[in-house]
Design a protein around this ligand. Structure first.
Ligand code: CMC
Length: 374
């Protein structure tokens, strides 16, 4: 039997088919055929989530029903809130979301039902529940009472409302909405692939989402947006940006928020978000950080040819919105659950167990050694 080709990190391997999104030609991103720039500019996150989950943009009545279903599923059961209060306060929110994906299954009557309609209903419930969990856990950590979801508000406004307890400005609502749209889906990235692998064993949706959250958490994936902010805080001033980045590159440090496995010419999501980030920086008095970021970006591109990815501007956007760094990666979860769930459903509808091979690099065959002779 001839050896199959080996691609470390599955780089360049087509590991399955999808109708959900494409990184068209390695430079653009489309959800269900629509360019993300059009979606981010024109659509609400609710429309985008519907599109990703249901395959088509919703007409007005379908959107209204979808929003009503989300609003109905958003409040948490008392038992879930009690459990949240019992978790140590310093538990990272990302870790808690992974736990929550699992725990919420115990309160979902359809948890083990893997037919497509049930999966869709569960996906909508998780989409509705994650913002409430995120905001409630953050407030419990701060010693505050969780704020109930407001069914009259948009998804983005409600999330900000539950986090902060004040009406968000239209600028903040829009910034959150756009960032959710840009984070919603990204074909066979590591967390989505993890979800598909779990689904391919015919496991349930909540298990796949819990696994995906575990994969997203790492700093090479979703965890990068929190590390980006740590870097910017370490740099401190625009004046310090150039010496800092030159030294970091000389030390061969990995600069979080730069580079991408697929986008070698630049991440279209980062390109779209940059001007919005600049606008918000002016509105919120964060020009210094924006200047700092600009210097770092210029030098990383010049010296390493590495363009920024989405996490580079999104970390700043969240900072300008007054959000705490501990919720940046959890915000990615709140949005990406749409993409993950759509992939889980797609995988289940046309399943083949994902079971690749490995190249063996261990010891040659050797004789058994009895314990007394070792
Ligand atoms: N800073 C410095 N050098 C880098 C970076 C970076 N951010 N990214 C890649 N390189 C270098 C790397 O050191 C290597 O150089 P050499 O060939 O001299 O050893 C070369 O570029 C290729 O790197 P790689 O790690 O083999 O490339 P990859 O395709 O596996 O990398 C990546 C993709 C995203 C893991 C990587 O670019 C990285 O670690 N970036 C920083 C983390 C980050 O921002 N992740 C977010 C990804 S996008 C959105 C998301 O998923 O959240």
């Amino acid at each position: 039997m001839s050896e199959p080709a080996y691609h470390p990190g599955l780089e360049g391997v087509i590991a399955g088919e999808t109708a959900i999104s494409t990184i068209a030609g390695g430079s653009g991103l489309r959800y269900r055929g629509y360019a993300i720039e059009d979606l981010a500019r024109e659509a609400s996150f609710e429309e985008v989530a519907y599109l990703i989950l249901h395959g088509e943009l919703p007409a007005a009545a379908a959107l209204k029903d979808f929003c009503s279903r989300l609003a109905a599923a958003a409040p948490l059961q008392g038992e879930v809130l009690d459990f949240m209060r019992s978790v140590p306060r310093d538990t990272p929110i990302m870790d808690f979301l992974r736990t929550a994906a699992s725990a919420l299954a115990h309160f979902d009557a359809e948890a083990v039902d893997t037919n497509s309609e049930a999966q869709l209903r569960k996906a909508e419930r998780l989409l509705a529940q994650f913002p409430t969990v995120l905001a409630a856990q953050r407030r419990i950590q701060q010693g505050k009472e969780p704020i109930n979801p407001d069914p009259q508000k948009s998804f983005a406004a409600n999330l900000l409302w539950m986090l902060r307890g004040e009406e968000p400005s239209p600028q903040l609502e829009r910034a959150m909405d756009v960032s959710l749209t840009l984070y919603a889906e990204h074909e066979f990235n590591a967390s989505t692939f993890a979800a598909r692998v779990i689904t391919s064993t015919l496991s349930d949706l909540h298990s796949s989402i819990a696994g995906a959250i575990g994969a997203l958490k790492g700093p090479l994936h979703g965890g990068a947006n929190e590390r980006v902010m740590e870097v910017l805080q370490e740099v401190g001033t625009a004046e310090n940006a150039e010496p800092w980045i030159r030294q970091a590159l000389a030390e061969k440090r990995r600069i979080m928020g730069f580079g991408h496995r697929v986008y070698k010419e630049g991440d279209p999501r980062a390109r779209f978000l940059k001007p919005l980030c600049q606008e918000l920086a002016v509105e919120t008095g964060h020009e210094e950080m924006e200047n700092m970021a600009e210097v770092i970006e210029r030098i990383v591109v010049e010296e390493k040819g590495l363009p920024p990815n989405l996490d580079w501007p999104s970390a700043r956007l969240y900072h300008y919105m007054g959000l705490d760094v501990t919720i940046y990666t959890p915000l990615f979860v709140v949005s990406r659950v749409t993409g993950w769930a759509a992939h889980v459903i797609e995988q289940m509808e046309n399943n083949r167990l994902i079971r690749p091979r490995s190249r063996y690099i261990g010891p040659e065959p050797r004789p058994w050694t009895p314990i007394a002779a070792r």
